[in-house]
Design a protein around this ligand. Structure first.
Ligand code: FE2
Length: 159
């Protein structure tokens, strides 16, 4: 980030980079599990849900990339190793349904992840408000997407 860019960011730099890295790591975790789900989900509706999870994986990968870009702008470094990613994400142990045809079981896992993401971006949006407008806008943007995705998963559970 350039001189003026640094000057207008009024937040504890270390704190902000740490929060962004948590989000970056979490997006990778969701990306990984959505990608895995698209490959292992089974049963009659496999084509539909494999595609839904694949799209979700792509979306979360996009989120991770946007956060990485912001981390770089702020002069930071995204967490590098997979073990650090899992640790930084700070998400509970993920377990998919043993029965691979249990679509709702898969969806429930992703719904929980969306809720975790919503809390994360809501917090980041609040704390950057009026202090770091660029990160604030990114957090708001991602928050809106995660909120929409939560609703989509909720609707799938009602089907
Ligand atoms: Fe996301």
């Amino acid at each position: 980030m350039g001189e003026k860019g640094r000057e207008i960011a009024k937040l504890d730099h270390k704190w902000l980079l740490n929060e962004l890295n948590k989000a970056y790591a979490f997006e990778w975790v969701v990306h990984y599990y959505a990608s895995l789900a698209s490959n292992i989900v089974s049963g009659l509706r496999t084509p539909v849900y494999a595609e839904i999870f694949k799209k979700a994986a792509e979306g979360e990968f996009g989120h991770a990339s946007r956060i990485a870009k912001r981390i770089a702008e702020l002069g930071g470094e995204p967490v590098e190793t997979l073990s650090e990613i899992e640790k930084s994400a700070g998400f509970e142990k993920v377990s998919f349904p043993r029965e691979r045809t249990d679509i709702k079981g898969f969806i429930k896992v992703f719904l929980k992840m969306e809720q975790h993401a919503i809390a994360l971006y809501n917090d980041l949006a609040n704390k950057t408000h009026g202090k770091d407008l660029v990160t604030h806008e990114l957090a708001e943007d991602l928050l809106a997407e995660e909120v929409a995705e939560e609703e989509e998963y909720e609707n799938m559970l009602k089907e």
